[in-house]
Design a protein around this ligand. Structure first.
Ligand code: DOR
Ligand code: ZN
Length: 369
């Protein structure tokens, strides 16, 4: 008998929809894989660095404006869209207070300055502790989405067998932040290390984490063997012990804190003459890849208990954390092999995983009910 799971539509609580003409293609890819809604990251060009059009700062899009662009590009088909405010040197406690009161501001995103794609507007963490921004967020119940990597590191501090930018961040910076703002709701985004898993597990219920398909499936060996640049994303895929810790966290039947956020990040040009754009694209294929990862972690998705764990991770924990309704509409995942193709965006294209690793099929397929 073919394994199949009928699940509520799910929320992708970390995705990049970018800007311009390709947005509608990226939105359609989300809808095609059963997304009821998205949390659309603000590292656009220009960044989404203010809440309302009337906020008195220049050089940024507002959440109000960006949300309009998403809706015009087909986002009206989503039940819910959240766009976090990009925390910059211009973010003030006043902006947070007014934004939350307006109903437009639900979350803010911290980027380590220059730490990843379009993170040039990021500003050091300590600034938001000193200027009252985190306190204002905590008071108003605004979620902090955190890209947890220490910035400004190089060489062995950036990535080594014993150190990496994410491990450093969760050991050196997060405990103090948690202690200073015990009521602040935090999502540790796209976690990749056993240290991040331990941090989230040892925290109260207002600290949770998103996990991507690539960090559940792959390790650094997959990236470096043949320099598979479609797997190059930040934070980098890590080691087997890290992947084990993340797999154990998401498959735990009692998991309430770890949920789906693909970090699907379309790049029409990945490799350049002097480096590589960071970001893996999983539009259209994420639930299939998550199912593959659960089975590689040792769960049998024929089993109803395993299916329940999968449903918690993909469909229930995330919306519960963000206070979103679980949709009544469903979609179905079947263990039937399907093809994976590039996504055409006009004259450009984006290569999804696992095609970017040379595999043009995937063990699962999806049917919208
Ligand atoms: O790999 C990544 N790509 N990590 C990020 O944090 C940003 C993302 C992007 O926007 O491409
Ligand atoms: Zn991201």
């Amino acid at each position: 008998m073919t394994t199949s799971m009928t699940l509520p539509l799910w929320y992708d609580l970390h995705v990049h929809l970018r800007q311009g003409e390709n947005m509608s293609v990226y939105i359609q890819a989300q809808l095609d894989m059963g997304c009821a809604g998205v949390l659309a990251m603000p590292n656009t060009k220009p960044p989404v660095g203010k809440v309302l059009e009337s906020d008195p700062v220049d050089g940024y899009w507002s959440i109000e404006n960006y949300m309009g662009q998403i809706m015009d590009a087909g986002g009206t088909a989503f039940k819910s869209v959240i766009t976090p405010l990009y925390l910059t040197k211009d973010t003030s406690a006043e902006m947070i207070k007014n934004g939350a009161a307006s109903g437009m501001l639900k979350a803010c995103k911290y980027y380590p300055p220059h730490g990843t794609t379009n993170a040039d507007h990021g500003s050091p963490l300590a600034g938001f502790i000193d200027n009252g921004v985190f306190q204002a967020m905590s008071d108003a119940g605004v979620v902090l989405c955190i890209h947890g990597e220490e910035h400004g590191t190089t060489g062995v501090d950036y990535f080594d067998a014993d150190h990496n930018a994410e491990k450093n961040f969760y050991l050196n910076e997060m405990p103090a932040l948690r202690a200073a703002f015990p009521d602040l709701k935090i999502v540790c985004e796209h976690i990749t290390t056993k240290e991040a898993v331990s941090f989230v597990k040892s925290s109260s219920d207002n600290i949770a984490a998103t996990v991507t398909p690539q960090h559940l499936l792959y390790t650094v060996g997959h990236l470096v063997q043949g320099l598979k640049y479609h797997l190059y994303c930040l934070p980098l895929v890590k080691f087997d012990a890290d992947r084990d810790a993340i797999r154990n966290a998401v498959t735990d039947p009692d998991n309430t804190k770890f949920f789906a956020g693909t970090d699907s990040a379309p790049h029409t040009t990945k490799a350049t003459p002097c480096g590589c754009a960071a970001g893996c694209f999983t539009g259209g294929v994420a639930p299939q890849l998550y199912a593959q990862a659960f089975e590689e972690a040792g769960l049998d998705l024929n089993d109803t208990h395993a299916q329940k764990s999968f449903e918690k991770f993909l469909c229930l924990n995330g919306p519960q954390f963000y206070g979103l309704d679980i949709p009544e509409e469903t979609f179905t995942l079947m263990r039937v092999e399907s093809d994976v193709e590039t996504l055409q965006c006009g004259s450009e294209s984006v290569t999804p995983l696992p095609l970017g690793l040379g595999m043009n099929t995937i063990a699962w397929s999806i049917k919208r009910s």
